[in-house]
Design a protein. Structure first.
Lengths: 116, 110
């Protein structure tokens, strides 16, 4: 199983809503990532978790709140978003960041978010 | 992380080799060159990576110049399914942040 599964695939929310994006992997990977991708732009790194602890926050606004309940799951909680936050949100996972490996990140298909 | 420079777009005829260049003149000794691609509406896909030596796998070959200031990704027999945005990334070790640049849009034509 080499899949990273993201749900939902599409989400429409208002600026006052609270919603969550979910990401799951069963490859035993201990590092998980959130990226944001606007149309026709490259993916931008948001957060990195290593062994269920937040290790990198790329100065992301607090209206985005990541959570890693266990080594297989990664959530992104959304609250009071703005229309400009509409984007494709990509989750990825990789093996232990502290042990040598290929460094390959496995990406999910993304959750396409529209904020009205 | 070193900045990489790629041409914004390239065309390739189906069945021919696609050679995608990347400049990384400020790359440091600890930084690997990674290549990913993103087919429309899908998540990015790892292709290959290398440090100094040329590398080959089932998908592609990576040629790195001796001074490591540039590299070329080679898709030996491009197919229509290889049409995608190709990203060249200089990454610290194999655990550093994976930061995407603007990439090259490769269009494979029949």
């Amino acid at each position: 199983d080499t899949e990273v599964t993201q749900t939902p695939k599409h989400l429409v929310m208002g600026m006052t809503n609270k919603k969550s994006l979910k990401c799951e992997q069963h490859m035993g990977h201990r590092a998980m990532y959130w990226y944001k991708q606007k149309a026709k732009k490259p993916p931008e790194l948001m957060f990195v978790y290593s062994y269920e602890k937040l290790s990198i926050n790329e100065s992301v606004p607090s209206r985005f709140s990541p959570e890693c309940p266990n080594s297989s799951l990664l959530n992104l909680h959304l609250h009071a978003l703005q229309p400009e936050d509409s984007a494709l949100y990509l989750c990825a996972s990789s093996q232990d960041r502290r042990r040598p490996n290929t460094g390959e990140l496995f990406f999910g298909e993304g959750s396409r978010l529209t904020v009205l | 992380d070193a900045k990489t420079t790629q041409p914004p777009s390239m065309d390739c005829a189906e069945g021919r080799a696609a050679n995608l260049p990347c400049n990384h003149s400020t790359i440091s000794g600890n930084e690997y060159v990674y290549w990913y691609r993103q087919i429309h509406s899908q998540g990015p896909q790892y292709i290959i990576h290398g440090l100094k030596n040329n590398e080959t796998n089932e998908m592609a070959s990576l040629i790195i110049t001796e001074d490591r200031k540039s590299s070329t990704l080679i898709l030996p027999h491009a197919t229509l399914r290889d049409t995608a945005v190709y990203y060249c990334i200089a990454r610290w070790g194999n655990t550093g942040k994976l930061i995407f640049g603007q990439g090259t849009t490769l269009q494979v034509k029949p």
